[in-house]
Ligand binder design. Sequence first.
Ligand code: HPA
Length: 275
Amino acid sequence: MIVSPSPSASSVAQELRPSLGALAPRIALVLGSGLGALADEIADSVRIPFGDIPGFRVARVAGHSGALVAGRLGGVEVLALAGRVHMYEGWSAEDAAFPIRVAHALGARTLFVSNAAGAMNRFFEPGSLMAIDDHINLMWTNPLAGPVVSGDQRFPDMSEPYDAALRAELHGAALDVGVSLADGVYAGLLGPTYETPAEVRMLQRLGADAVGMSTVPEVIVARSVGMRVAGISFITNAASGSTGAPLTHADVLEITARAGGRFRDLVRNWVARVA
Ligand code: HPA
């Protein structure tokens, strides 16, 4: 059975297109917790709150402003999704990934995803950046579960979820702007609880370098519709339980505010490279 989500991404794209005017961005950027400030640098921008877009759910978490911002970043046309909805708010995996379908329907073929993440790799310091080279879906669901959405494949290949060439450009950009950038595996968990010490040990044994509560549904849908994907985890904290102090969302936002400039420099440079 082939179905379309209701409303379909293409009908939503059709509705949005007049607001975008002559803009036809090929690059979409998902800006995660505390990382939305990059959207403020987008010139000649059109900003549409998620709440005004049919089919979009509304972000309810501090640090996720929740707007589609289209315009030019360093002269390159981009479509930014500033903020995202999370499954721990009660939305489905398909809800979480729907904006990716709309970005694709609007013509984006390259997707950059970002998130705030905890370090599972003991060498990762808070404030550092990790290029995502693979992920582990530990959300116990999948946005493609259910009837096949029109345009999707039933069994999408996931042997290269994050595009090697786009990741190489992330490393090139990191060198250009003088930011150190590791590679690593992102584990996506449902949340909203942070991890227990036993879960941290489990994730480390599974090969996770970073852990967070997003991104995986978006990347699965992007691959299913044929977009190329690159991603960065902004490491906001050491593994929960490892410092002796409880972990809070305020800590996560504080470090993105303090060290977010490096992230923005890197993404700006990367966009210029892949344009
Ligand atoms: N665990 C899960 N999600 C997170 C973390 C963490 O330590 N930090 C930021 N998002």
